[in-house]
Design a protein around this ligand. Structure first.
Ligand code: IPE
Ligand code: IPE
Ligand code: MG
Length: 238
């Protein structure tokens, strides 16, 4: 997908907070892990749909820096699911998708980090959809990590405080290779950002939907994009 999405009504970069797996499981009298497994399937379907309609970048929130607060068994089941999906490379090996993992890797198991590196390596020459998967990601954590890098550069005398601009900061975020974040979608009925893409969302359009993520469909994404298309984006102008 190399055509320009400007003017087509299709957001160039969509962020999705994949929320509601636990409630879906509860409603269906299943363990929470089944909700996460079903959510992972939906993620695959939605990613393919984004690619087919010409979205340039998709950033999905899979596990936040705050999600470690959950029971150990739930965290373990999410990590095991992640292992399984990474092993079959999300089923994307044949697709033209460029995969990036965003978030802090230090706290993740070494075998998971290794799989992430392999996937990034095999997909790096791909020219289609950019897929950023946020795992152990926090928006504040990302901002702090950029600030630290800039502070170290300044301490080494590589830049002056006045060299720090929005553009420079932006170029050091985890999503620097993706276009500006046009739209954030949160299913599940919650209407909050939950520490997702705090720097990037300055002028994003927020679309909230009530469907729980495991029940989400490509048709609902189309509806969210229609809603986005009805918004009047002014970026502070008139
Ligand atoms: C989102 O679903 C998945 C993760 C946060 C890992 P939840 O597990 O938050 O589902 P609810 O919000 O409890 O329904
Ligand atoms: C946000 O959902 C994180 C992910 C979807 C991975 P949460 O379920 O963790 O957010 P809160 O707790 O409702 O704010
Ligand atoms: Mg939730």
């Amino acid at each position: 997908m190399t055509e320009n999405t400007a003017g087509t009504g299709i957001p160039a970069h969509i962020g999705i907070i994949m929320d509601g797996n636990g409630r879906w499981a509860q409603r269906n009298r299943l363990p929470r892990s089944s909700g996460h497994a079903r959510g992972a399937e939906v993620f695959r379907r939605i990613t393919r749909h984004c690619e087919s309609i010409g979205v340039k970048a998709l950033t999905v929130f899979a596990f936040s820096t705050e999600n470690w607060k959950r029971d150990r068994s739930e965290v373990e089941s999410i990590m095991n699911l992640l292992r399984r999906y990474l092993k079959d490379a999300f089923g994307f090996k044949k697709d033209n998708i460029r995969i990036h993992f965003i978030g802090e890797r230090e706290r993740l198991a070494p075998d998971i980090v290794e799989l992430m590196q392999e996937i990034e390596e095999f997909s790096k020459e791909n020219t289609g959809l950019i897929l950023n998967v946020a795992i152990n990601y926090g928006g504040r954590d990302e901002i702090v990590s950029v600030a630290r890098t800039l502070a170290s550069m300044a301490a080494r005398g590589e830049l002056q405080p006045e060299d720090i601009t929005e553009q420079l900061f932006d170029s050091m975020t985890f999503t620097a290779d993706s276009p500006p974040l046009d739209m954030i979608l949160r299913p599940s009925g919650e209407q909050r950002i939950s520490n997702f893409l705090l720097w990037q969302c300055a002028y994003s359009e927020f679309v909230y939907m009530d469907t729980l993520w495991p029940d989400f469909t490509p048709e609902l994404l189309d509806r969210a994009i229609e809603e986005y298309g009805r918004r009047s984006r002014r970026f502070g102008g008139r």
